[in-house]
Every structure is written in structure tokens, then in C-alpha cells.
Design a protein around this ligand. Structure first.
Ligand code: FAD
Length: 222
């Protein structure tokens, strides 16, 4: 299997950094082909503008989706975007490793989506959801939080984690055709003991070793 892992944490020694390396090492050791985008390490530029393209459709008025469709037709994506598109297009499983920031993905990862999931190349026409461009590929969020698990239950302090992740699961991933796997969530790693953190890393590795057997989840109307 071809695996593509994105890491969106600025500190290599963080728990997210450990989760990222665990995924990379586990999938490589299992014989899979692994590509990574460690967004902070590669200084990925999250600002979406004309620099997404080497081509120009309309020099007077920048409308991103028009430029995206043009770039799709003529091969006009900037090299950094083209490289990310190819990683997504060539993988069977994509993993996003990130800390929950303001109930969402860190800006660097949001910027990755804004720039890489381009109209024409990754969605559009009648290619959405079950007919999406990434049909048949699987995507998995690996998330950490600051708050404890009970804060993210339905009716809890912060509300249901599934509702919080829905814009990502449905609006970004399922929208573009990915089959979405159940997220891997480590609640409040800073609150855990060292042994509990090590157990979380081991559980993550164990899950990844059999990830090929997992069925996608329903990202419907929750
Ligand atoms: C801008 C911003 C917005 C935020 N918004 C939210 C929010 O909306 N909701 C929410 O719940 N939280 C929020 N948070 C908190 C954030 O989600 C957590 O701080 C984060 O998820 C914790 O993960 P980490 O990798 O940064 O942990 P770290 O603090 O890096 O790590 C936790 C502990 O694990 C240890 N560790 C590292 N590597 C290993 C290893 N290999 N083995 C064992 N232990 C290890 C570290 O030394 C540390 O003691 C926000 C934080 C920021 C900065």
C-alpha cells in the first residue's frame, strides 16, 4: 500500500511528533511505501494566492477556482502544489497528524487544503462524495486535544468530537471522494502519565498494522 502522512505540528519533540514518527516507522516496517509532508519542517506556505500557479487565466481579477481549472487543463500548478497533489493522488491511505487547534486543523494544514485540493484536479463537475476524484482511497485523522475525553462526549464541556471533526471529515475528505476511517484521538496527552502516553503510541502502531482491514465510517448527518 502507498501511504501518505502529513504532520502539522511545529515541534518535532512534541507528542504529535512522536505519533507522526510512529506512523512513518510502523508503516515502513510493515513493507508499505511511505511518503510524508512534515509541513512545518518543509516550511510549507499556507497562503493561497496566485503563487499556487505558474499560469494565469485572468490577470485582472484573481478568482482561485477559475485559475485552478485552468491550471488543471494546462498543467499550471506551482511545483510545491504539484508535488503535494501527486502524493495525494498516488496514495492508498492518507493520514493527517495534528493537534486540535480552535476546534479545527492548524492553519498550516488548512492552508494545505486550501491550496492543494484544487477545483478541476481534485473535485468538480459531477465528481463529489461517492463519485469524488479520490474515490477508493482512504483517509484517517490522527488528532490530539488539550481537553480530556469527557469534554468531547455529546453534551460534554466542548460537545461531541464527531461534530467538531465533521467539517474535516465531510467537507474536505468525503467531499473529494475519500473513504474516511474512524479518527485516532489521543485526548489530553499532557494530562497522561508517561506510561499512558507510551501505551497510546503503542496502540496507534498496533492499529496501523491492521489498518488495511478497517471499514470506512459514515460521515453523514451527524
Ligand atoms: C492555537 C491553539 C489552539 C488550541 N485549541 C484547542 C482546542 O480547540 N481544543 C483542545 O482541546 N485543545 C486545544 N489546544 C491544545 C492542543 O490541542 C494540545 O496542546 C495538543 O493537542 C497537545 O499535543 P502536543 O503534541 O502539542 O503535546 P505536547 O505538549 O508536545 O506533549 C504532551 C506530553 O507528551 C510528551 N511526549 C512527547 N513525546 C513523547 C513520547 N515519545 N513518549 C511519551 N511522551 C512523549 C511531551 O514531553 C509532553 O510532556 C490548542 C492549542 C493551541 C496552541
Amino acid at each position: 500500500m502507498n501511504v501518505f502522512i502529513i504532520n502539522a505540528h511545529p515541534e518535532p519533540k512534541s507528542f504529535n511528533g512522536a505519533m507522526f514518527r510512529t506512523a512513518e516507522e510502523t508503516m515502513s516496517a510493515a513493507g508499505h511505501s511511505v511518503q510524508v509532508s512534515d509541513l512545518y519542517a518543509m516550511k510549507f506556505d499556507p497562503v493561497s494566492d496566485r503563487r499556487n500557479f505558474t499560469t494565469v487565466k485572468n490577470a485582472d481579477y484573481f478568482k482561485q477556482q477559475i485559475e485552478e481549472m485552468h491550471a488543471t487543463e494546462v498543467g499550471g500548478f506551482a511545483p510545491d502544489i504539484e508535488a503535494e497533489l501527486r502524493k495525494a493522488e498516488s496514495c492508498d491511505l492518507m493520514i493527517w497528524q495534528f493537534p486540535l487547534w480552535w476546534f479545527g486543523v492548524p492553519a498550516i494544514l488548512k492552508g494545505w487544503v486550501d491550496r492543494v485540493f484544487a477545483m478541476g484536479r481534485t473535485y468538480g463537475g459531477d465528481r463529489f462524495y461517492e463519485n469524488g476524484v479520490f474515490k477508493g482511497k482512504r483517509a484517517l485523522l490522527s488528532v490530539t486535544t488539550g481537553g480530556p475525553a469527557e469534554a468531547y462526549r455529546p453534551g460534554g464541556f466542548n460537545g461531541d468530537i464527531n461534530s467538531i471533526l465533521r467539517p474535516i471529515h465531510r467537507g474536505m475528505l468525503r467531499f473529494t471522494g475519500w473513504d474516511v476511517l474512524i479518527p485516532n484521538i489521543v485526548y489530553g496527552p499532557v494530562r497522561l502519565s508517561e506510561d499512558e502516553r507510551l501505551a497510546s503510541l503503542e496502540a496507534w502502531a498496533a492499529r496501523l498494522r491492521t489498518i488495511g482491514n478497517e471499514e470506512p465510517m459514515d460521515v453523514g448527518e451527524y
